[in-house]
Design a protein around this ligand. Structure first.
Ligand code: WTA
Length: 654
């Protein structure tokens, strides 16, 4: 994030107290902050979930490992589906699904969901999936995606969902790491009127992941895809003779600390980390925060989290939190601008959406398209808006409130991470006076702080590193198969304190202002991508000798990726080479990691010990005055790069 953006954020003085009407009906009242931490999580754990056997110990903290709700037995699918049906809520809609082709819609009730999940869980059993079998899921936003996840949890099989935009290499890397025995995918996914060949990518990935021996394929587009005998099974054929009677496939009783899923995320090396989430703590955290922060009234609200289920936001706030709370949600397959830029607002109007949760990058895209698209539709049902994924600039915050929220709805700016499993810093909509750009306060039962370099806590007005000083139920239980990296990444800077990897400031009222990542992780459209991951994808290309990657500020995507590349044999760059390299990165990682710019340069700026000076490259990328170059081996390199970058820019603009 640029210094300028940070300054404007801190200069923002407007405040928005909750209205009396909202406050009076809110799930969370001010005294929620007075409940002692242990009492809070004990109560939420007992009341929010249904247990097969109650837990006997709230938590055990052996830094840096926490366990929660010890001794308890439960099942996630039971909590998300079966118990609602048993309580008479079978006819209630769980998902209003809308396909990208607008004529395709489906209302899926909790009873439908139970039947679909049971039938598919029985189908998975035929492939040998049982408690403990790791399953990979690579799908678009179709109802069968939550069905597949819930079927896994019903059987006690841990899953990893891989975002449909990731490449074959990314998919096989994750399947190999988790040793997934089964992959669930679909023929193709819809995107902006054309199709994404998921099965084709899956085939390539399975070639590189011999552990994955079975593949289930949902028919979505209906176009022909190759099916390999003995390995690939059509979803509908596999489940054709399976029972949908819940008795035929009871929910497996799981220990509180049994593995629920892995979610891979970028760290500061080329290898993504498999973040470990376990059963009880995760579900308590996701459902509790969903209840209070989104003020969910399951009988009347229509809730829409417009994220993709392939990311943690979709796991916690499309699937597990809302279903555990018995919510009625919208699930939308496509993009916001297909076929027209008012698609989202059409959906809000059609289903009477009351709560909308999205990312600043989407809000800024809508801002750019103009408010006229929203104005064409009746958005008066909206009563609460949410934001997640990156710091929201006050301008976008105000636009969101005025043009989408009718200058009426509270906005909750929610800070959290894949690692935290649940929102940790956020306003409570009936309690907190919000400020555009501030995520305000730690959630009840969460102890966040800001530390300086030496580990002293900074007070109001200070800035530094965001930390968490106490465990919380849905915190990560580690990095899959890599304890050393877990300790090094989160626990080595300060003893027994979790380092989030974000910079933050606390203002004089004690409100938190998130300032972006402090490590080599970029945030592009709310997606985490490591600089080193992109660098290794670039040097993987046969013509590339060296690459350095950093980000620059971007008006829509927040950050954009800039790569500096030295070609082998001092070859010169060309427009064709640039496109080739961008596509190579897309092939290695996924289209989300494509650099926005590539600057070809004969040399990269390095210290005398040979380390690439990324800080200087960031300055060049952001047109900033160059930082200190005294430790550079050859200071002329940077000015040469700056010159080339400027030339490229003027070509782009010209
Ligand atoms: C950033 C997404 C400022 C932050 C849930 C964090 C935010 C990373 C916010 C996690 C916010 C997320 N304000 N920054 N409201 N929400 N971030 O793992 O840098 O995909 O560390 O989880 O996104 O991204 P992740």
């Amino acid at each position: 994030m640029s210094d300028h953006a940070i300054e404007t954020m801190l200069a923002e003085e407007r405040t928005y107290p909750p209205s009396e009407e909202f406050a009076a009906q809110a799930n969370a009242k001010a005294d929620i902050y007075d409940v002692p931490f242990e009492q809070f999580w004990e109560r939420e754990g007992r009341e929010r979930l249904t247990w097969f056997e109650p837990f006997t110990e709230l938590y055990r903290w052996e830094p840096p490992y926490a366990q929660w709700y010890l001794g308890g037995k439960l099942n996630v699918c039971f909590n998300c589906v079966d118990r609602h049906v048993e309580a008479g809520g079978g006819d209630k809609v769980a998902f209003h699904w809308e396909g990208e082709p607008a004529e395709e819609t489906r209302a899926i009730t909790y009873a439908d969901l139970q039947r679909d999940v049971v039938r598919f869980a029985n189908a998975l059993k035929k492939l040998g999936v049982k408690k403990g079998t790791p399953v990979a899921i690579y799908m678009g936003m179709v109802p069968e995606l939550p069905v597949a996840m819930l079927a896994c949890t019903r059987l006690g099989a841990p899953h990893t969902v891989i975002f449909g935009g990731f490449s074959a290499d990314s998919l096989s890397g994750r399947m190999n790491d988790m040793r997934c025995e089964v992959l669930i995918t679909q023929d193709e996914a819809w995107r902006r009127g054309s199709t994404v060949p998921l099965k084709k990518v899956a085939d390539e990935a399975m070639d590189a992941a011999p552990v994955t021996k079975q593949c289930v394929v949902l028919r979505r587009s209906g176009n022909d895809v190759p099916m390999q005998d003995g390995r690939d099974h059509w979803w509908h054929e596999l489940e054709a003779d399976c029972s949908d009677d819940p008795e035929s496939c009871p929910c497996e009783p799981m220990d509180s600390e049994d593995l629920l899923f892995l979610m891979y995320t970028s760290g500061t090396t080329a290898k993504p980390k498999g973040i470990v989430h376990t059963t009880a703590g995760y579900l308590v955290g996701a459902s509790t925060t969903h209840h209070y922060i989104f003020d969910l009234k399951p009988e009347t609200d229509v809730y829409w989290c417009a994220a993709d289920i392939g990311w943690i936001t979709g796991h916690s706030y499309i699937v597990y939190g809302p279903l555990a709370n018995g919510a009625t949600s919208v699930l939308y397959e496509g993009t916001p601008d297909f076929p027209d830029k008012d698609r989202w607002w059409q959906i809000v109007e059609r289903y009477g959406v009351t709560i909308l949760y999205t990312a600043p990058t989407a809000i800024r895209a809508h801002m750019k398209w103009g408010p006229e698209h929203a104005q064409k539709h009746d958005l008066s049902t909206l009563r609460l808006l949410g934001s997640v994924g990156e710091p929201i600039n006050p301008e976008a915050w105000i636009w969101y409130r005025e043009h989408i929220g009718g200058d009426r709805t509270p906005i909750v700016d929610t800070w959290w991470q894949t690692e935290t499993g649940m929102i940790l810093i956020s306003p409570l909509p009936g309690v907190t006076t919000t400020k555009p750009g501030s995520a305000t306060r730690p959630f009840p039962g969460v102890d966040a702080g800001v530390f300086d370099e030496q580990g002293n806590e900074v007070g109001p007005g200070g800035g530094g590193y965001l930390v968490l000083k106490r465990p919380w139920p849905s915190m990560l239980r580690g990095i899959f198969g890599d304890d050393a990296r877990y300790k090094e990444t989160y626990w080595s800077k300060y003893p027994d304190v979790y380092l989030a990897g974000d910079g933050a400031r606390i203002d004089r009222d004690g409100d938190f202002w998130l300032l972006g990542r402090i490590d080599d992780v970029m945030n592009v459209s709310g997606h985490r991508i490591s600089t080193i991951e992109v660098e290794s994808a670039l040097v993987d290309h046969h013509d590339v000798a060296e690459a350095a990657v950093c980000s620059r500020a971007d008006a829509i995507t927040g950050e954009a990726i800039v790569a500096y590349v030295t070609l082998k044999g001092s070859a010169d760059g060309s427009v064709e080479k640039l496109e080739e390299l961008r596509n190579h990165v897309a092939q290695k990682i996924g289209a989300i990691a494509k650099p926005a710019n590539i600057v070809f340069t004969p040399e990269l700026p390095k210290t005398r010990s040979g380390k690439i000076m990324r800080r200087l490259l960031r300055d060049v990328a952001n047109d900033r005055q160059l930082g200190d170059t005294t430790t550079l081996a050859d200071p002329t390199v940077v000015s040469e790069i700056a010159k080339r970058a400027a030339e490229e820019k003027s070509q782009e603009e010209g």
